[in-house]
Design a protein around this ligand. Structure first.
Ligand code: F0G
Length: 459
């Protein structure tokens, strides 16, 4: 059989409300042409993020009912600890309320003023947390990553030669750890190969530097290794995941992605010294070390989720259903980032809207048009998110790629929802010249995309 079905059936449903194009035109204008400022109830299909938006299973909901809400030493914590340790293998398992809390705690425990943290591509909150302790987050991408058409099977890899050169240049003492993000979200949801992790490990060993994984989407990464890397085709996702973690000394994780959590995170380390410091900081802001800012019921649901995500039927469906969206758009000539990511498809804003200049924010304008025309909410990862006005006041520095991410929540939408999305985007592509460019009205200096407002730009 070629048809890949959703490997679950639906027991609880949540209605979504249809809106007309006229209504949406008014709503997005009221929201300052910023999809983040829309009310979620006015969105038909919400592809803003795959974070915290997944559907929990019956077993997870049973875990919620059985959650132990004791302040210290709750049964839910021990379930969580056992499930995480079974996959990650690290000695200390510390829950946090979400990924960025883990990043903050790791930076507080291990990063000093003036340090450099090399990585494949740091996610924006990771970068912000590294910069908050006055260190530098340095991205060492493969050269292939700059070309949206390049089909490198592991475009998320870290450039191992640049890694060695960076450590040599800045000195071992200023590199507290190397951080590899699996899958590489900011690089387009692209996987990192096992051989790349192994090679990075060897470089780290040469200088005695710890290797940490940012593993929000570790199971999707494991499945890509199974599909694309020689020697892994017959292995179970859990074996592959365990091998990935075996090259690391610790991990930070947003459990709102590949643990099917609506909230939650974790940090794991082998070092007793780091664990001690992390727990001390955790008590100041997150809570006691056996709940880390979560309810016991959340910990129980995550303990179930982290096992469920490694189910091979689920992962086959997940990767195939994301690629389904990509291949149908591609067949219609819609410009995309390739190969297709695990959690999202990325439209190429500049090539979609060739009639718009960078100042007219092509990717952002496309995301607004997509909402207006079809009621789909997506997220620009491009000129608005990363563009910076030059210090001398003479124009802007724009990022290499101006993308629009269609992030697919886990177990939430069916194939007909995705058919609707594909049809809507193809229709919009047919009339792309009509997409109106936008300009900033208000641009906050930090993380502008969340709250900025816009108006139609001069043609
Ligand atoms: N690391 C990666 C790779 C992420 O994708 C995210 C979040 C985080 C860390 C931070 O985790 O949100 O739980 O604090 N990514 C979301 C996204 C927000 O939409 O891609 P968090």
């Amino acid at each position: 059989m070629r048809t890949i079905i959703e490997p679950f059936r639906i027991k609880v449903v949540e209605p979504i409300r249809m809106t007309t194009r006229e209504e949406r035109r008014g709503l997005i204008a009221e929201a300052g042409f910023n999809p983040f400022r829309l009310k979620a109830e006015h969105v038909l299909i919400d592809l803003l993020t795959d974070s915290g938006t997944g559907a929990m299973s019956t077993a997870q909901w049973a875990g919620v009912m059985e959650g132990d809400e004791s302040y210290a030493g709750a049964r839910s914590f021990f379930q969580f600890e056992a499930a995480v340790r079974d996959v990650f293998g690290h000695r200390h398992v510390i829950p946090t309320h979400q990924g960025r809390a883990s990043e903050r705690l790791l930076c507080a425990a291990a990063v000093n003023d003036g340090d450099v943290v090399p990585g494949n591509t740091h996610f924006d909150t990771t970068r912000a947390n590294i910069e908050a302790v006055r260190a530098e987050a340095r991205d060492l991408k493969l050269p292939e990553a700059a070309d949206p058409e390049n089909e490198h099977p592991f475009k998320g890899n870290i450039d191992v030669e640049s890694l060695a050169a960076t450590i040599q240049q800045v000195g071992r003492d200023r590199v507290p750890f190397v951080l590899i993000t699996v899958t590489n979200n900011s690089g387009g949801g692209q996987p990192v190969s096992m051989s790349n992790l192994r090679a990075a490990r060897q470089v780290c060993d040469r200088w005695g530097i710890p290797l940490i994984l940012d593993c929000a989407r570790f199971a999707e990464n494991a499945y890509f290794i199974k599909l694309r890397e020689p020697g892994f085709g017959a292995k179970a996702p859990i074996e592959i995941a365990r091998e990935m973690f075996s090259y690391s000394d610790g991990a930070v994780m947003s459990m709102k992605k590949d643990a099917f959590g609506n909230i939650g995170g974790g940090i794991t380390v082998n070092s007793d010294e780091w664990a001690e410091r992390i727990r001390t900081h955790l008590i100041l802001t997150e809570g006691f070390p056996t709940y880390g800012g979560l309810a016991g019921r959340d910990l129980s649901a995550l303990a179930v989720g982290i096992r469920e995500i490694l189910d091979e039927d689920y992962l086959r469906y997940r990767i195939a259903s994301t690629a389904y969206v990509g291949s149908h758009l591609n067949a219609a000539g819609v410009p995309l980032l390739k190969p297709y990511g695990g959690h999202a498809i990325f439209l190429d804003g500049r090539r979609f809207c060739r009639h718009l200049r960078d100042e007219q924010l092509p990717g952002w304008s496309l995301s607004v048009a997509l909402y207006e025309q079809v009621g789909v909410r997506a997220c620009e990862i491009g000129n608005v998110m990363f563009g910076r006005p030059r210090a001398d006041g003479g124009g802007w520095d724009w990022p290499t790629l101006d993308l629009v991410r269609l992030a697919i929540p886990r177990r939430v939408y069916t194939q007909s929802h995705m058919d609707y999305v594909v049809e809507g985007i193809i229709e919009l592509f047919g009339q792309r010249e009509s997409i109106q460019g936008l300009r900033f009205v208000h641009r906050p200096a930090v993380l502008p995309h969340f709250t900025a407002t816009f108006a139609p730009a001069e043609p």
